[in-house]
Ligand binder design. Structure first.
Ligand code: NAP
Length: 459
């Protein structure tokens, strides 16, 4: 196997190829200077020499320098060139780098591949990193040969079809978390709304009504009351699209009607929404643990103790408050534990080790239990505050009452869907039954002859 270029990628590729048992020849403009950088089993020589000695040649050179290889056109004729290049921007050029290389060397067969693998992954071995190598070419035989090389190197070749896919393959390493954009904006939007709401209730209201300076609450207390709201609502948003999808199937009596695009998108982003919910819940746990460490907390504690001493109050134990707090912290910890389990099982390596039933049990059943337990956590935290007039700052209800809206709707809907009559109908729909679909029937008549007709499958 030949490699043109002696940079980072060429070096890592050569090491991996040598380790996989290939005879490797490196083509460099300055072989003497570069030879020391390569494993001794690889031969480092001039570009033309390397091309002559090999049939499959990796072009580990930037697109900008492809034209400098034109002198090699004659020796390259009939060889397979593997274009490993990437761009700096999505859709940077009109034609993909691989198509450009093919246009410069029409007598060669160009295969696009290996660009989604970094030099680091190549060196550290296929076990430590992305294992997929996306490959495309207009020549099936050349594609098969390169796929075989990838397989021997320990990677998983993925056939992406003909050369027109090269542009898409070149854009893959440049995409920044495409599946996360919507969930991140959703989380940020919710955070901003709840943060503003809590700020008004916890800081602005005491400042305006009682001229009390509570601005110190912003960095920790307001953030810590906002995070669980976001985590809880986001968790319910993981299960809400499922409820909407089931409702739509029940309403139309079929599973073959396409969901609207927004619902499709939402269903596809549930994993990311769930992971962000877990992230906010984990931050909430850390913030909560740090609450007693704050100086403001110590001052307030001492202030309350002194006040009680002055008032000669000896017994400050409120049994109901003690129980409420014990329970809400305990269920909070359980909810966080379940969310951690959901997050871990959504990792591809773990998810791949589960069968469908196990995966759906964890993600669907345990996830729903996590939502119910989080609801208990919220209810025991809020307790009777929803019925306390003093809690309505600027007529705004306590934040926890707002967060309960979507999760309770989801829980209620799930309970309705689990009723045998509804559940059975949903099951039938999901196995292909359709409302109003006519089926042919054939019945024997009294005379023994068969008469045929149509009836609705509802009947
Ligand atoms: P690099 O370290 O800059 O190496 C480029 C090599 O190209 C040089 O070492 C040079 O080797 C050779 N070259 C040939 N003609 C040249 C010319 N006219 N001017 C300058 N250099 C010339 O770059 P790299 O990181 O190895 O990347 C090489 C290719 O692999 C790029 O297309 C890149 O997009 C792709 N790639 C890289 C990575 C990565 O992780 N680095 C990952 C995926 C894809 P000689 O001096 O010996 O001729």
């Amino acid at each position: 196997v030949g490699v043109l270029g002696s940079g980072d990628f060429a070096r890592s590729l050569a090491i991996r190829l040598v380790c996989s048992g290939f005879k490797v020849v490196i083509g460099s403009r300055n072989p003497k200077r570069k030879a020391g950088l390569f494993p001794s089993a690889a031969e480092v020589t001039f570009q033309a020499e390397a091309v002559k000695k090999t049939d499959v040649i990796f072009v580990a050179v930037f697109r900008e320098h492809y034209s400098t290889l034109c002198d090699l056109a004659d020796v390259l004729a009939g060889k397979i060139l593997v274009d490993v290049s990437n761009n700096t921007e999505v859709n940077h050029h009109k034609e993909s780098n691989a198509e450009y290389l093919a246009s410069l060397f029409p007598a060669c067969t160009v295969v696009k591949g290996f660009n989604v693998i970094s030099a680091w992954t190549l060196q550290s071995g296929a076990r430590d990193g992305n294992k997929q190598v996306l490959i495309c070419s207009n020549n099936q035989e050349a594609k098969r040969i390169v796929a075989e090389i990838a397989q021997v190197m320990g990677f998983t070749p993925v056939d992406m079809g003909c050369m027109s896919s090269a542009c898409e393959i070149e854009n893959i390493p440049l995409r920044l978390l495409p599946a996360w954009k919507i969930p991140i904006f959703l989380a940020l939007g919710l955070f901003l709304c709840f943060f503003t709401y809590n700020l008004v209730r916890q800081v602005i209201h005491p400042y305006i009504r009682e001229q009390k300076n509570k601005f110190y609450k912003i960095p920790i207390e307001v953030v810590n009351t906002t995070l669980p709201c976001v985590a809880y609502v986001m968790l319910s948003l993981v299960y809400l699209p499922g409820v909407l999808a089931a409702s739509s199937q029940l309403y139309y009596g079929t599973k073959y009607r396409r969901f609207p695009d927004w619902l499709d998108q939402w269903l596809q982003h549930r994993k990311q929404i769930g992971l962000l919910s877990f992230f906010c819940a984990a931050l909430h746990a850390v913030y909560s643990l740090c609450l007693p460490m704050r100086r403001s907390h110590r001052y307030l504690l001492i202030e309350t103790a002194v006040k009680q001493a002055v008032e000669k109050k000896m017994n400050i134990w409120v049994e109901e408050e003690v129980w409420r707090m014990e329970i809400y912290i305990s269920v909070g910890i359980i909810a966080l534990g379940l969310l951690s389990l959901l997050a871990i099982t959504s990792l591809p390596s773990i998810a791949n080790s589960l069968n469908w039933r196990e995966f759906s049990f964890v993600q669907s059943t345990l996830g729903f239990i996590a939502l119910v337990i989080s609801t208990l956590h919220t209810l025991t935290y809020g307790w009777s505050r929803a019925f306390d007039e003093n809690q309505y700052k600027f007529y705004l209800p306590p934040t926890y009452t707002l967060t309960l809206l979507v999760p309770c709707t989801v829980i209620l809907a799930k309970v309705v869907f689990s009723l045998p009559c509804v559940h059975q109908r949903l099951l039938r729909i999901r196995r292909g039954w359709e409302k109003g679909r006519y089926v042919k029937f054939v019945l024997p008549s009294a005379t023994g002859e068969y008469s045929s007709g149509e009836t609705s499958s509802n009947v």
